[in-house]
Design a protein. Sequence first.
Length: 272
Amino acid sequence: MQPRAVDATGVAHEKAGADARIVSLVPSVTELLFALGLERQIVGRTGFCVHPRDKVRNVPKVGGTKAVNIHAIRALQPTHLIVNMDENERDTVEQLRAFVPHVVVTHPQTPQDNHSLYALLGAIFEREQEARRLSDAFQARLDEAASHAFAAQNVLYVIWREPWMTVARDTYISAMLRLVNWQTLPDVQGGAAGAARYPTFDFDHAPWLAGVDRILLSSEPYRFTQAHCDALKRDARVAGKRIELIDGEMVSWYGVRAIEGIAYLLKRAAGE
């Protein structure tokens, strides 16, 4: 049988067949697998794979995205493991590679990469028609975003505290925000020498902070709450800036969630 799809590491994968047993270590991909109609073939997922809520509860947990229970996965006898370059540890994936026949690596870096993600999983698991439907729906959202002329905003997208952390411009999150003309600060590329994709920062030593129009406190991976938001609004270092919570799933989850995510960002940018 000839290979049908190539993953993010250049590995070509053949069609899986109806007896595929899938373990997903990527929350957004788990949701996508259900959207592709693969419910009966998903045998394992992380505790962070929480969508669709009414269906994932029936799938055994195998730890977290990084704290993976290797023995639990071995017991499930998967034929396919879905991982992501950013979310899963390389050493863990290599240990799993020793007994999982097919490891599919994903790495969407821009919203447009969702098209290839749909096609990749659709081809491997013989859900090409479902994948095309998702791709069409996603393209409609991209077209809708492109039809608007949003005022430029410089944003600080905060994903963690103690230490404070944000996102570089070559991350999926930053690319999603650019769809509504929100440009992330600081202006750094995680691929640059010595730079991090998710850099730390200090409110006392961030000269670029003066150029920030709004600060977005994400609901994940750190669960910022209204209390955090209110506390930061009282901080003199960010006086005069718009500070608000944002749904991290809508911005950082690729796959089927990205379709709803663009609609969410369009409403936020329009001030609704």
